[in-house]
Write a protein that binds this ligand. Structure first.
Ligand code: HPA
Ligand code: ZN
Length: 327
């Protein structure tokens, strides 16, 4: 109870949240009605009942279907604003939001509609909630590098509105090196670079994210524990891992939370953080992740809570002066 209060009330940064994954079933149905979009589910309960995932792909199929209700700037604003209100309640003071433009541009939604809807919610979060934020544009790795280049091109008029790029969607069979050239271009443009690696994919994908994409954070990365040499390397680099415990259990990376490797990652000295990934689909927002993880893993205590909060600020892309104020 005292530990739970600490976990919930401590200031924290969230670094791994797909904003499309914060779309709650109620908002999906409200937007479907507002926009005249037909859904293959009768109601909120039927949609929620479909949230029984066996792996990453079984989730992604439903996640992309849910995002199909987003058409107008106001829709993107409403989605992100709902997230910020929940994040503020969880004592998130800074959030770096992934967004997947290709999920929307492929349906004919303009890049500017997506970005401006999100940006206005970010500005409102700062103004009304005191939550700072940044946007990270993710390329869908099941699509081609050429499509990623086209997406980058379409986003360049909005360059000032996103701090970096990431890589998400179906990991297996789509290694980081598939995107070597587009990530090199992004680094030239001064963008921060991150990538999902080692969620379902092997430790070799974490290595190529480091060596080929030259990422500054690894999203998930939990499969690094299969390679002690890689764990040592990540610790020596203080390479942040944005871990998402509830996601890992819902997508069957671990059978139960008690088997999660977060304690091993922290014991190895890794800069691990706790995040929500797709909170509307995986059973909770960031505090729910902290509470369920610590409840299932009694070896985690107050010191680990402080370390995880400190790591979240150190791993963020805010200016060094701001970090110093936080840690
Ligand atoms: N992994 C890969 N792609 C994603 C995820 C994830 O956990 N969530 C949304 N897109
Ligand atoms: Zn993710």
């Amino acid at each position: 109870p005292a530990l739970q209060a600490l976990l919930c009330r401590m200031p924290k940064a969230e670094l791994h949240i797909h904003i499309e994954g914060s779309l709650e079933p109620e908002l999906i149905f409200a937007l479907a009605q507002r926009n005249g979009v037909a859904l293959p589910y009768a109601n909120v309960e039927a949609l929620r009942a479909a949230y029984a995932f066996t792996d990453l792909q079984s989730f992604l199929d439903i996640y992309y279907a849910g995002a199909s209700v987003l058409l107008h700037e106001q829709d993107f604003h409403d989605m992100a604003w709902a997230y910020f209100q929940r994040a503020a309640a969880d004592h998130v003071v800074h959030a770096e939001l992934f967004f997947d433009p290709q999920t929307h541009t492929e349906r004919g939604v303009a890049m500017g509609t997506v970005v401006q809807g999100l940006v206005s919610a970010c500005e409102r979060a700062q103004r009304e909630l005191g939550v700072s934020s940044a946007l990270i544009l993710c390329f869908l790795r099941h699509l081609s590098e050429e499509a990623a280049f086209e997406t980058l091109e379409a986003a360049l008029p909005y360059r000032q509105h996103f701090t970096g790029v990431g890589l998400d969607s179906s990991e297996r069979g789509h290694p980081p090196e598939k995107f070597a050239r587009v990530f090199a271009r992004c680094r030239e443009l001064g963008l921060h670079v991150v990538a999902h690696a080692g969620e379902e994919g092997p430790p070799a994908y974490i290595e190529s994210a480091l060596d080929v994409l030259k990422v500054e954070r690894i999203d998930h990365g939990v499969r690094c524990v299969e390679s002690p040499a890689l764990v040592q390397r990540l610790a020596a680099l203080r390479m942040p891992l944005t871990v998402c415990p509830l996601s890992n259990v819902k997508l069957c990376v671990y059978r139960t939370m008690a088997e999660h490797q977060l304690p091993a990652l922290l014991a190895a000295g890794l800069c691990a953080t706790v995040n929500s990934d797709d909170p509307a689909y995986f059973g909770g927002y960031i505090n729910q992740n902290f509470v369920e993880t610590f409840a299932a893993l009694p070896q985690l205590g107050r010191d680990h809570a402080y370390t995880l909060a400190r790591n979240s600020f150190q791993a963020s892309f805010v200016p060094a002066e701001t970090k110093q104020r936080w840690v």
